[in-house]
Write a protein of this length. Structure first.
Length: 191
């Protein structure tokens, strides 16, 4: 009888262990399924984000390449110009800036400090003779070195900087679409 009781206890314990094992197996399967589902959802979300960014990244890289190409082309063009043409560009830039500033100041005589770089004193003097400015000049060479001719004029009320680079950058901005299509093809305009 004791054997039967022990056998019954053992069978009951075995049933309890089997039941708990099946319960834990179910919990483990549920937890693994939830982890797999969560992993798949996160992977899908990350893939969607990556693939959504790809066209933007591609356009950004093409835009950067186009910008580099345009700047190199402009730099090559500027390097190909004669000294006279570079001075003409600078003179137009300076005159345009002075004309827009001086329009409201007719009759007022001012003293201006002129700083120049990559120019000779005689080139500066010729440029200033043509400038629409009613005043006296205090001319000094600038210690900053520019690749192309540059000039700045300062009075107590204004400062004008004129450089070949700024004139070229303005032209590049004004004619960007036309230059891009010419250098890189019409499809670049659709970016």
């Amino acid at each position: 009888m004791l054997t039967c009781l022990v056998l019954e206890i053992l069978l009951s314990a075995e049933d309890t262990l089997g039941s708990q094992t099946r319960e834990w197996d179910g919990r483990i399967r549920t937890a693994l399924d939830n982890l797999n589902k969560s992993y798949e959802e996160r992977t899908k979300k990350i893939e969607e984000e990556v693939f959504a960014r790809l066209p933007l990244d591609k356009r950004r890289l093409r835009s950067e390449a186009a910008e580099i190409t345009l700047n190199k082309a402009m730099d090559g063009f500027l390097h190909s110009l004669t000294r006279e043409k570079l001075l003409l560009i600078l003179n137009r830039e300076l005159s345009g800036r002075l004309r827009s500033w001086a329009g409201n100041r007719e009759g007022i005589v001012l003293k201006a400090v002129v700083r120049y770089s990559n120019l000779s004193l005689s080139e500066v003097e010729v440029m200033l003779e043509k400038a629409p400015f009613n005043g006296e000049w205090d001319i000094n060479e600038d210690t900053a070195i520019y690749e192309y001719p540059a000039i700045s004029i300062s009075t107590p009320t204004m400062k004008i900087n004129a450089t070949v680079e700024t004139a070229a950058a303005a032209q590049l901005m004004r004619h960007r679409a036309e230059l891009s299509a010419s250098l890189l093809g019409e499809e670049v305009l659709n970016d």
